[in-house]
Design a protein around this ligand. Sequence first.
Ligand code: HEC
Length: 140
Amino acid sequence: MTTRAILIAAAAALALSPPLTAGMAGAAKAESQAQMIQQFAELAGQPASAERGHAFFLASHAGGHPDTPSCSTCHTKDPRNQGQTRAGKTIAPMAVSQSPDRFTDPKKVAKWFRRNCNTVLGRACTPGEKADIIAYFASL
Ligand code: HEC
């Protein structure tokens, strides 16, 4: 957590210096993903854990649709790979290393967490679960 806190502090400092960040599109995206993790972690009142996110992603959950018990049902067990919807439509990898635009659009993140957590768990994901899952995808 200490390292992450330092990274976030550094990102915040960079954001306050526009000349430094000019032309650094990649850094701006990483900063936004770090902020998203940080916001959910603050709501949860605990630091994000990529390991917990990994376990949550692979777990078979009860309460949702029986044919989609896991996030990995559609996103595959290795989110660096493309996934597939039940209808066979391709889903771009969730891993930020493969899909750098992931978790940079708060509306998209909110929409799909709502939809997918309901499908898999039959309930909304908690802020802690969201922080952990994004931390996991960002760590790959
Ligand atoms: C029924 C198939 C399916 C399942 C099961 C599923 N997803 Fe998804 N997920 C999708 C599709 C389709 C999209 C939207 C297409 C895209 O973003 O490429 C998506 C997108 C997302 C996004 C948006 C990412 C972004 O770009 O901002 C998040 C977050 C997400 N899923 C998380 C989860 C989590 C967490 C679970 C398990 C609780 C899960 N998904 C289970 C199909 C699924």
